[in-house]
Design a protein around this ligand. Sequence first.
Ligand SMILES: *[C@@H]1O[C@H](CO)[C@@H](O)[C@H](O)[C@H]1NC(C)=O
Ligand SMILES: *[C@@H]1O[C@H](CO)[C@@H](O)[C@H](O)[C@H]1NC(C)=O
Ligand SMILES: *[C@@H]1O[C@H](CO)[C@@H](O)[C@H](O)[C@H]1NC(C)=O
Ligand SMILES: *[C@@H]1O[C@H](CO)[C@@H](O)[C@H](O)[C@H]1NC(C)=O
Length: 397
Amino acid sequence: MSKYQFVFVFILIVLVSNTFAANETLVEYCTYCNNATTECSGETKCNSYVPGQCTEYQNPCNGKILGGTVMSQEGSRYYALFYEDVNCSTGALIRLNYTCNACYVDDGAYFPCPPSEAQILLVSLPVLLLILFNIFIIAFCILFVIDLGDSTITVKKTLLYVNYESGRLDDRIPNLESTNSNASDAAYIVSPGRNGMYAIGHKVTLGDPGYYSDGSYRSESATHRIRPGGRFVRGDNRRYEVSLLLKDWQEWKPGMSSSGDIIFQGGKLAGGGNPAYFIATKRNSLIFRMPNNNETLLLLDDFRPYSNQWFDFRIDVAWRDSPTGLYIIYMRIPSIEKDYKLIKEYKNYHTYLPDNPKSVMGYSKWGLYRPGQSLENGDIPTRIIYHDDICIFDIDI
Ligand SMILES: *[C@@H]1O[C@H](CO)[C@@H](O)[C@H](O)[C@H]1NC(C)=O
Ligand SMILES: *[C@@H]1O[C@H](CO)[C@@H](O)[C@H](O)[C@H]1NC(C)=O
Ligand SMILES: *[C@@H]1O[C@H](CO)[C@@H](O)[C@H](O)[C@H]1NC(C)=O
Ligand SMILES: *[C@@H]1O[C@H](CO)[C@@H](O)[C@H](O)[C@H]1NC(C)=O
């Protein structure tokens, strides 16, 4: 439901309740329209008056203005003062103290009784129901509108789901690469996983060639050979979900390299150069970085209190090669949070921004990549990380 419909419903409620309230407070005064003004017979015509207010008094039968009047009501008794002038400024000529519905022969007129409470209820029941219905609609709208932030994005299709429950490094997914490093424990299966039995562990020891591949100390799984599920191109919309655990992670101390460990490259861009986005540890915090936009987002100031606990991430991306893209970044610490927490939304953002303009596609990597770190710098020699439940969805934004 649009905001216009919401406003329309709101105005309708105000109108209905105002009309209803206004009708309730008016005093009705009726006159028999026969030639003898002192007879209670024939057709009647009525006018309504705002109680306690000087009003022009008009004969409802012939429209003739007769002066001014002030009318009021107390239960079933009605009072009226009639004045010669329409402004009620001269002394009152006639004072009425009438019981409702009783016609007084002197005037050939009466005040209809106010509706009984049962009648009011009966008359107003549809109105009450309408108001209740409208309140319900409004509540629904508010819930729906509040939900919009989350639910305008819908998952169309699961492109890739890696949960390692096969107990294998490729989880029986054709062309899923587990690592390019040679050490037998550069990648290995660990148990338990984030939700199930198994997860994948990646290990990198600085200075050991067994953990060196593609020009760096790294051990990473990659989806670039999985077509089409592991890839994205300009114009695609993707949701990335990943859980990871920093295994017995030794804390960073001042003096060590502060380049950080890259632990999830959801938006690796083919053609070389920087990924569009990655998640990394930096000193003792977790960050989300888009290097070519020169933007760093702090995800968690200090992860040390969550030693050996899982972290869940969800990243929605509209991949655009112009400032029309989108990043929405969520995080959850399952040991203390039930739901994902929105960290930040980057709207109208240039997301597909490769170093190589000929880059035709992107893909995802998870594991451990330790750029700029070395034993000479005094960096922690061995680090281990677990990953599980990697999901890539095609989404509607
Ligand atoms: C209010 O009064 C007018 C005429 O006096 C009537 O037509 C209308 O139906 C009333 N509305 C409600 C909600 O009772
Ligand atoms: C009132 O009187 C007029 C003529 O003076 C007449 O035409 C009309 O029919 C009468 N109306 C009634 C209700 O008696
Ligand atoms: C009623 O009051 C208005 C201003 O308050 C004045 O202009 C008008 O002449 C008065 N009418 C009579 C009949 O006294
Ligand atoms: C109106 O008339 C009733 C019955 O005659 C009387 O009890 C009541 O006091 C009167 N009210 C006023 C305000 O004159």
